[in-house]
Design a protein around this ligand. Structure first.
Ligand SMILES: [Zn+2]
Length: 254
């Protein structure tokens, strides 16, 4: 049966809904990630864009590692086995599953335009994973759609639904169902920490402003990018990003 399940997130120190343990999320993510990689066209590292995704991913993960180590929280990252892949897909999208499993779609590169903006995007996605936003979203869906059963029960009784809930919780396009947007609060949190990872990784966090302006321009088009349906954006985001910049800049160029 459903138990009241809240855990404290290491980054924010705030308590949040999580029906699923981080360990279970990471193990589910490991399976789902390798399935995704097997069924999509991964761009070889000989390609300069794929190499760029890896280069940014390595630097961001090193920044996260350093931040957690400096705060005495390195153990939180024990289950992390970072992976960074560029997949050939025209969708404007990117995501990170728990345990540091990152995918960038080739479709987002014309919007990022440069390596620094890519670091802004990847920093943002990594933050969603570290902040356990997918876990919160998955927990909410398990309650709404499957009556709050335990993950093991959900997987054994309703494998397809459970898989779909998981993919949806991480902003990964699925055939079924509508993509759930991250909440505004989750978006702002991911922006705040994402800027710090990018800055620590050696990328100028100021680039977040022109990047999000480019992304928002696309929302006026006929087919708004998938990324914006899961990461809703408005004027508030740009204003908040500007507020977060001074803090992030303290980590830049150190
Ligand atoms: Zn987001």
């Amino acid at each position: 049966m459903l138990q009241s399940a809240c855990t404290k997130n290491t980054l924010t120190g705030k308590s949040q809904l999580s029906l699923v343990s981080e360990k279970d999320m990471q193990s589910l993510s490991s399976t789902q990630y390798s399935d995704f990689i097997k069924t999509h066209q991964v761009v070889a590292l000989s390609n300069s864009q794929a190499a760029m995704v890896k280069r940014v991913g390595v630097k961001i993960s090193q920044a996260v590692d350093k931040y957690y180590t400096d705060k005495g929280n390195k153990a939180v990252l024990n289950g992390y086995a970072w992976e960074y892949n560029l997949v050939k897909d025209s969708a404007v999208n990117a995501w990170c599953m728990p345990g540091g499993k990152i995918v960038v779609y080739t479709g987002i590169l014309p919007v990022t335009l440069n390596e620094t903006a890519l670091a802004i995007v990847m920093g943002h996605e990594v933050s969603h994973a570290l902040l356990q936003h997918g876990n919160q979203r998955m927990s909410e869906s398990l309650i709404q759609q499957l009556g709050g059963v335990a993950l093991s029960v959900a997987i054994s009784k309703k494998p397809a639904e459970t898989q779909n809930i998981f993919m949806n919780a991480y902003g990964i396009g699925t055939e079924v169902g509508v993509m759930l947007p991250f909440s505004r609060k989750q978006e702002l949190e991911a922006d705040k920490y994402g800027l710090i990872w990018a800055a620590m990784a050696g990328y100028n966090p100021n680039e977040a402003i022109p990047f999000w302006e480019r992304m928002q321009k696309l929302s006026a088009g006929q087919a708004p990018p998938e990324f914006l349906s899961t990461h809703p954006s408005d004027e508030t985001r740009i204003q908040k990003l500007k507020q977060y910049l001074p803090e992030a800049l303290k980590y830049y160029g150190k």
